[in-house]
Design a protein around this ligand. Structure first.
Ligand code: ADP
Length: 335
């Protein structure tokens, strides 16, 4: 018989990811420095009855920047409005967003480094004086009308803090850089998620996923769901070390947690460019990816894993990368 599901019965992977999002600062695993600093920023302002300073989070994708933005709103008892740099191409879009804020709101702008210049300039005044200048008309007859907006806290997230302009960066009162998570922290993330998803998870299974998720909670959660599928379909539903290993093999996650794209990048670097140095765009073309994906998604973890080094002349494969691919490094390869 046909089974018809109404839209609200279908829960997507995105819904599952949202269900795993930590809601309070205390549920947020790891990043102890960031948590402590943020707690002080928020509670200091709350105590004085002031609007907290604007906050900027930088770091690779999946480390919890969006989650922290939502936690900030929850801790302040405020509403959160969500947008992203690429969505704010015209300053009018931003002006509309800003003038709709109510007092105390949190405005979250993801990928804030991709905001268009005119919108960025509008943001300066909004961040500093809770004001926007709306330009009406064109050419010599154009006038700008100052408009007051409600006091708000901007939370920006970026995978490239280096490409933020100085004036924008300077307007954030608190900036935190998110680091990759330690294996013990990832185990905690995985155990917490397994509890929410009712997955029967053994300690050694959790450890194996933690070791192979590129230091990233989002990937940890994703791998947990894939390993659960395997456990249910091919085993008795229990996530053990053996089940985790077998499942990760099926999904092309290697011993170091590198995925297919990571390996393609290292493979191209070693085989096509003899270990480098090679520029990021050339490397991206070689693996058929966008340079920004290679630079912002792949590279940070490969650097952290000690497989890739950035030099002034380009990217270079390390001895560990050559060995990982089962190849012999040339004599002058960096360690
Ligand atoms: P980002 O905005 O940095 O790309 P997100 O905040 O969207 O990352 O996090 C992705 C997912 O990873 C979230 O849905 C959440 O389930 C999980 N996650 C991230 N950081 C943590 C954390 N510190 N503790 C628990 N879960 C986390």
């Amino acid at each position: 018989a046909d089974v018809t599901l109404s839209p609200h019965q279908v829960s997507s992977e995105q819904d599952v990811e949202n269900s795993l999002r930590p809601r309070k600062l205390d549920d947020f695993v790891g990043q102890p420095r960031v948590r402590e600093q943020l707690q002080l920023v928020l509670h200091g302002a709350l105590g004085r009855g002031e609007q907290p300073d604007h906050v900027l989070f930088s770091g690779p994708p999946g480390l919890g920047k969006t989650s922290l933005a939502m936690i900030i709103a929850a801790e302040l008892g405020a509403a959160i409005r969500v947008t992203s740099g690429p969505a704010l191409e015209r300053p009018g879009d931003l002006a509309a967003m800003l003038s709709n804020l109510t007092e105390g709101d949190v405005l979250f702008i993801d990928e804030i480094h991709r905001i268009a210049r005119p919108a960025e300039e509008m943001l300066y005044l909004a961040m500093e004086d809770y004001r926007v200048d709306v330009v009406v008309g064109k050419g010599p007859g154009a006038t700008s009308i100052p408009l007051e907006i409600a006091p708000f806290t901007l939370v920006g997230a970026t995978t490239r803090s280096g490409s933020l302009t100085g004036p924008l960066r300077d307007r954030f009162g608190f900036t935190a850089h998110m680091e990759f998570y330690a294996p013990s922290e990832l185990e905690e993330v995985i155990r917490r998620s397994a509890g929410i998803l009712h997955v029967d998870l053994r300690d050694d299974g959790a450890r194996e996923i933690a070791r192979r998720c590129r230091g990233t909670p989002r990937i940890a959660n994703r791998l947990l769901r894939r390993v659960r599928d395997y456990a249910e379909v091919r085993a008795d539903g229990v996530v053990t070390l053996e089940v985790a290993r077998a499942a990760l093999e099926v999904y092309d996650v290697d011993e170091f947690g590198l995925d297919r794209l990571d390996r393609a990048v290292l493979g191209a670097l070693v085989r096509s460019f003899n270990g480098g140095p090679v520029g990021i765009s050339t490397l991206a073309v070689a693996v058929g990816e966008e340079p920004t994906t290679v630079e912002e998604v792949c590279e940070p973890y490969l650097v952290r894993a000690g497989m890739l080094a950035r030099t002034p002349r380009g990217r270079v494969a390390t001895v560990a990368a050559w060995h990982h691919l089962g190849a012999v490094p040339p004599p002058d390869t960096p360690g």
